[in-house]
Design a protein around this ligand. Structure first.
Ligand SMILES: Cc1cc2nc3c(=O)[nH]c(=O)nc-3n(C[C@H](O)[C@H](O)[C@H](O)COP(=O)(O)OP(=O)(O)OC[C@H]3O[C@@H](n4cnc5c(N)ncnc54)[C@H](O)[C@@H]3O)c2cc1C
Length: 598
């Protein structure tokens, strides 16, 4: 958004980010898990519920979100998948003109800088049509430079299961592939590095303030016009005035939170907290859904393919990565293999309802303490002796909600009620997904290298026998986890949809000059990882703004106050990254990483 809007020289753009500058440690693909629960994570947690996360500490699942320049794209796993055409055709059919697949495809292509465009084609024997990829955008997409033997075996195992191998960023979905990622030459490429950094110090009309914590949007209660933002920076409460628009892109948890703090949301909830209601919108914080999965389905690898190595070798790999951006650190291990399958509950014959994600694991650690292992999963993805098979619920029926924390509504985390597995249909789909996952783990490909499914019962489900439906239903309730793709809390929809928060041009209902543009607007989650769709939404959203203001011009109703940035702000721009600015610091990363980040 910041990049696209500051293309217009006559506009001033102020980007406020609560988190710090992007640390260099986030660059390293294999370190992705250790960014969770660090200084650059909001560290949200779900509220205890009967149907999910029961074995987790205090019955709460962790829900990481990036609190850093680049947001969650700086801590995610970089998988580049867009979803199926039907996902977007569904959005359009729900009353959102302009959002069908044919209409959003150009916006996917606009950002894309595919560095393997011809390889993608070759890899899949010429099945990839060039119309589905582009290489002129800012956002680099590539194969990681490194694939270990388990990664390649996993693809073979899916083939043995009868899945076709092809590029799943073309319209077809059911099958498997070696994924491309949002990285450039083996280094993470966040939205910050792709879109903000290249123009940040080049364009005078773009100002970026990190560590600026937005507390509310300023709205005239009479005219219901948004005219600015209030935020805390350097322990001072500051107001920035907007001449044209305020754009909220605080993500699926904090966008609804900031709306509610600004008097926009379910009337009763706001009144309970003595917040003056500016606009009653019952959908704010509702429609929360996610790509849920489980722990506890694991393949133990034999010495033939386990990648665990001595510390000396790890150090060599790190030095090698620093020098070359190659080797085990330059990838996310077996997570590079994706597959989409359908269960018998999916009525559309061409549509996937389960995705499989294959996570590097340490079998001994996991079975000695599955909870702590999940929370403290800081080992690089490159070294493992187990593969966790995660069947992912792509089209969940259950819907949860988010509301303000009554004791600390402004600076405390909002309350997250995910409602995972409340709907029986979700449980049944997951059960089938687990059974397909077991077949995958038992393929000849894995048997031939001495790998096998671990049939140990996890502690909270030890009253059941591994392999029974009862056991797996128990696993769902106790060892729930997620791919961390929550969406939907500021739903886009037509006016007649009582849960809609924004219209199809992403304008907040009932409020002038205020849009929400992030993953929270997705009415239904795409059946794929959500980052690529979020960037598409930002591309499309910025065009809405350009079209509106280029047609209407600016009518500054705020007189002298109407500056896009409060110029009285005594702000000194930081041009340095706070962490790991030298090669040396990366080389000693194991020693220093935890002290500096966590
Ligand atoms: C561990 C993990 C792995 C993932 N892996 C993948 C993957 O491989 N592929 C994929 O496609 N998707 C993945 N995702 C999901 C994907 O990254 C997100 O869906 C996407 O980044 C969401 O973008 P967003 O703009 O909606 O929100 P965010 O990226 O979260 O951006 C919101 C921004 O607003 C800031 N903010 C919030 N509140 C305030 C405030 N009060 N004041 C100022 N600033 C504020 C935040 O700090 C943040 O920078 C993953 C997510 C996680 C957590």
């Amino acid at each position: 958004m910041a990049n696209r809007l500051s293309e217009i020289e006559g506009w001033k753009v102020l980007l406020l980010e609560a988190g710090i500058e992007e640390p260099q440690v986030a660059d390293v693909p294999a370190f992705a898990p250790s960014l969770r629960r660090s200084l650059i994570d909001w560290e949200f947690q779900t509220q205890p519920q009967r149907t999910n996360c029961r074995a987790r500490r205090n019955q709460r699942c962790i829900w990481p979100r990036g609190r850093v320049m680049g947001g969650t794209s700086t801590i995610n796993y970089m998988i580049y998948l867009r979803g199926a055409p039907e996902d977007y055709n569904d959005w359009a059919a729900m009353g959102n003109p302009g959002w069908s697949y044919d209409e959003v495809l150009p916006y996917f292509l606009k950002s894309e800088d595919n560095r393997n465009i011809y390889n993608v084609d070759k890899e899949y024997q010429g099945t990839v049509s060039q119309q589905y990829h582009a290489s002129n955008g800012e956002w680099t997409v590539e194969y990681y430079p490194y694939q270990d033997s388990n990664t390649l075996l996993s693809l073979e195992a899916w083939k043995e299961m009868g899945l076709d191998i092809f590029d799943q960023n073309e319209p077809r979905q059911l099958g498997a592939m070696l994924l491309q990622h949002s990285s450039r030459d083996g280094v993470r490429l966040s939205t910050n590095m792709a879109f903000v950094e290249p123009v940040r110090y080049q364009r005078k009309n773009l100002r970026v303030i990190s560590q600026a914590y937005v507390t509310r949007i300023l709205i005239n209660p009479v005219t219901k016009e948004a005219y600015g933002v209030e935020y805390v920076h350097n322990n001072r409460l500051v107001q920035a005035m907007a001449v044209r628009e305020v754009i909220l892109s605080a993500g699926v948890i904090n966008s609804p939170k900031i709306l509610m703090l600004s008097g926009i949301g379910p009337k009763q909830d706001l009144e309970d907290l003595n917040i003056t209601v500016v606009q009653h919108l019952p959908g704010v914080g509702r429609n929360l859904h996610d790509h849920t999965t489980i722990d506890g389905l694991m393949i133990a690898l034999s010495n033939l393919t386990a990648t665990t190595v001595q510390t000396e070798q790890q150090n060599r790999d790190i030095f090698n990565y620093v020098d070359t951006h190659r080797g085990p650190m330059s990838s996310t291990g077996p997570l590079q293999i994706n597959s989409f399958v359908k269960t018998s509950l999916e009525t559309n014959p061409n549509r996937a309802d389960i995705q499989y994600s294959l996570d590097s694991s340490d079998v001994g650690n996991f079975y000695s303490d599955p909870i702590l292992t999940d929370e403290a999963n800081v080992l690089p993805l490159a070294y493992y002796n187990g593969l966790t098979i995660r069947p992912v619920l792509l089209a969940p029926k259950s819907r949860g909600w988010i509301t303000l924390n009554t004791t600390h509504p402004v600076f405390g985390p909002p309350l997250i009620y995910p409602n995972t597995f409340v709907e029986q249909e979700d449980v049944l789909r997951m059960l089938e997904g687990i059974r397909i996952g077991l077949r995958f783990g038992n393929t000849k490909v894995f048997q031939n290298v001495g790998a096998q499914i671990v049939a140990n019962e996890l502690p909270a489900c030890s009253q059941f026998t591994f392999g029974t439906d009862e056991y797996f239903v128990c696993i769902m309730e106790q060892y729930t986890t997620t791919l961390y793709h929550p969406v939907g809390t500021c739903k886009m929809g037509p006016g007649k949809d009582h849960l809609a928060v924004v219209d199809p041009e992403l304008r907040v209902y009932g409020i002038k000059n205020l849009r929400v543009i992030d993953s929270s607007i997705m009415p239904v989650t795409p059946r794929a990882n959500t980052n690529t769709a979020t960037i598409m939404i930002a591309e499309k959203g910025s065009d809405f703004i350009k079209i509106k203001w280029n047609n209407e011009g600016v009518h500054n109703k705020h007189g002298d106050q109407g500056q896009s940035i409060d110029e009285s702000l005594n702000y000194v721009a930081s041009t340095k990254h706070n962490h790991f600015t030298t090669k040396y610091s990366l080389k000693s990363i194991f020693g220093r990483f935890f002290k500096s980040i966590i």
